[in-house]
Design a binder for this molecule. Structure first.
Ligand code: F6R
Length: 361
């Protein structure tokens, strides 16, 4: 049932080219984005996104996409905060809930709070028969199949794919993405499963590096723009399965506190594809190297060419247009966490203290 893999998590990481292709297929028709359940974004003035854990991190990535592609303001909340804060919900707001299980108690309670106030309740779920799906006006499936590993992997990638498809669709509905741009984005989406498959080729390097990373007591993940939530995801995955303390930070925030932690014993993992923010990320990376921090740079060939000096290790990823990097960089986040956990000998699929579906608040 683990299809030859040591853990469900490994199986689920390796399934991603197929599960991603499946969801992209379900959300596209020819050159167009056509979600399986229709929703018109034209009348929405704001999107309130609410979720927990990894699903919350997917929402932070989605904020970058909705704001850039559809010029729609997005608020992202942790469900356990949102539900008790009782913030205003406008009648033209779309309330959007993301949940793999569709049963997370706080996310469900947040949905019930927004019901009757927002223009519509939209959910992005893996389990189609779940409470969150049933109580939504529009329930959009991520089609990742059953996810057994407690650490979410393929569900995260498919949540991202659906949220990107929705952001493009919102851009179309709002007249900001024309047919040519939509076709170009759809072509880019269709190329992603193949790129994820190529990215999985870094696994041997991740495994080799894991032995040294497993010695650390603290690891910092850094990124800018949509690589900031990927840094959060890398840190979350690592701490939940390897029990190593990890923090994800927006690279520009480093000098406002966390740089005080940096010394030669602290590995710093930097997600920095060669995009418009690359030079800024590199200058933050140099700040930690000047303090003897041990940097693992995850970038593409062009990034590696310009910024490898003084770096401890480089992981080279396939190059892709910036809009797609969050989906691709989920792979190193997962593989590093997985192999560090294996090196530490923890129970990867059933980490201590954690449950797959959190149905109590
Ligand atoms: C982390 C992880 C959790 C879940 C969170 C929300 O790897 O799996 O953080 O993402 O418990 O669960 P769902 O998506 O089922 O609402």
């Amino acid at each position: 049932e683990k299809a030859g893999h040591r853990h469900f998590m490994a199986k689920e990481i390796h399934e991603q080219p197929q599960t991603l292709a499946q969801v992209i297929d379900a959300y596209t028709e020819g050159d167009r984005i056509v979600p399986p359940v229709a929703y018109d974004w034209a009348a929405t003035d704001r999107v309130q996104m609410v979720a927990c854990g990894t699903a919350h991190i997917a929402c932070i990535v989605a904020k970058y996409w909705f704001e850039s592609l559809a010029r729609l303001p997005v608020d992202v909340d942790i469900a356990s905060e949102y539900r008790y804060r009782e913030g205003p919900v406008g009648t033209d707001n779309t309330a959007l809930f993301v949940s793999q299980s569709g049963e997370t108690a706080d996310t469900l309670a947040a949905l019930r709070y927004a019901r009757g106030k927002a223009r519509a309740i939209v959910s992005v779920v893996n389990v189609a028969e779940s409470s969150i799906a049933r109580e939504s006006d529009v329930a959009l499936p991520i089609l990742a199949g059953v996810e057994v590993g407690v650490a979410s992997t393929k569900a995260f990638v498919n949540q991202l794919a659906v949220l990107l498809a929705l952001a493009i669709r919102a851009g179309v509905d709002r007249g900001l993405v024309d047919a040519a741009r939509e076709a170009e984005l759809v072509a880019g989406l269709r190329a992603l499963p193949g790129l994820v498959s190529t990215a999985l080729g870094i696994e041997d390097r991740c495994e080799a590096l894991a032995h040294e990373l497993a010695e650390a007591s603290d690891i910092l993940f850094l990124g800018r723009g949509p690589m900031y939530p990927l840094a959060l995801e890398g840190a979350l995955k690592l701490k939940e399965i390897s029990y190593i303390h990890a923090e994800g930070y927006a690279a520009g925030e480093l000098k406002h506190g966390p740089i005080a932690l940096v010394d030669q014993s602290m590995p710093i993992i930097v997600f920095a594809p060669k995009d418009g923010l690359f030079d800024k990320a590199v200058s933050n990376m140099q700040e930690v190297m000047a303090r003897e921090g041990k940097v693992l740079l995850v970038t593409d060939a062009r990034g590696a060419e310009t910024a490898s000096d003084g770096v401890w290790q480089v992981l080279s990823m396939p190059a892709v247009a910036p809009v797609f990097t969050p989906i691709l960089y989920a792979v190193p986040a997962q593989l590093l966490a997985y192999h560090v956990a294996v090196a530490k000998g923890t129970d990867v699929d059933q980490p201590r203290n954690l449950a797959k579906s959190v149905t109590v608040e």
